[in-house]
Design a protein around this ligand. Structure first.
Ligand SMILES: [Zn+2]
Ligand SMILES: [Zn+2]
Length: 258
């Protein structure tokens, strides 16, 4: 099945430009140096899935005319990935149902702490907050059937927090990866041809891959790769090896779902 992935945002947690920053990239006029918080839209057949719902989601939905969603895949609960969750309320109204959400037990437990009110039943007729329908990921590595589509699940760590990556056919989305089981992760990515992978900057980071670490990871997977979750130190013209590109907001790539 021909499918696409649309980059809704390719920025690090602060976005680019960074508030108050006068650096060359934050001051750049190039649209490719303006990055909303990391997120993407998977279109698989007639289905549309959102990966993460960061604080820029409202702007992304308006800009890319996202009018309906079949589900939300959550990688983890840091603010830059879930801060827009209340914006799903409008999709509840339009679709007259809670938003199906695929997430791990750890992600759910933390989401319940951060957004406790989403899990309280709304009073009759009241629609004060978004409603989500929980679809739990059962295993750290395995396959989850979600709204009629099969996703392979990967699990890795970012400063002690469990984060999920998702694979569909020959495409995989791996964001906010720092520590991982090489055998399991590279095993689960075997045969992937299109990879979206996070890379923060050139300098080392305790929580994200550098560009060089991401390039080494991508080469080991052997997939054409687009980097995302980029900070304001990375210019759109950054030179990268063949087959490795910078993602930018609005870029759409094709892949084959099973
Ligand atoms: Zn992040
Ligand atoms: Zn800057």
């Amino acid at each position: 099945m021909n499918s696409t992935f649309l980059f809704l945002g390719t920025g690090a947690s602060a976005g680019v430009p960074v508030i108050g920053c006068g650096c060359a990239i934050c001051s750049s006029d190039s649209p490719r140096n303006r990055r909303l918080r990391s997120s993407g839209l998977l279109k698989i057949g007639s289905k549309q899935f959102l990966i993460d719902v960061g604080p820029d989601f409202r702007q992304q939905a308006l800009r890319f005319r996202i009018e309906r969603l079949d589900g939300l895949l959550l990688t983890h609960t840091h603010y830059d990935h879930v801060g827009g969750i209340d914006e799903l309320r409008i999709f509840n109204f339009r679709m007259k149902r809670p938003m199906p959400c695929l997430l791990s037990k750890d992600t759910l437990a933390d989401l319940e702490r951060r957004y406790y009110y989403l899990f309280k039943p709304n009073a009759e007729g009241a629609t004060m907050s978004a409603q989500i329908e929980v679809n739990l990921i059962e295993e750290e590595f395995g396959t989850a059937r979600f709204e009629g589509v099969s996703f392979d699940i990967l699990t890795y760590l970012q400063s002690g927090m469990k984060v999920n990556g998702f694979r569909c056919g020959d495409f995989a989305y791996i964001s906010d990866i720092r520590t991982f089981d090489e055998k399991k992760v590279f095993g689960a990515l075997q045969g992937v041809k299109k990879l979206v992978l996070s890379a923060l900057r050139r300098d080392p980071s305790p929580v994200q891959f550098t560009v060089d670490e991401a390039v080494a990871f991508a080469k080991r997977v052997g997939a054409e790769t687009w980097l995302t979750h980029l900070s304001h130190t990375i210019d759109e013209g950054e030179s990268l090896p063949a087959g490795i590109h910078l993602g930018y907001d609005g870029l759409e790539i094709k892949f084959t779902a099973q």
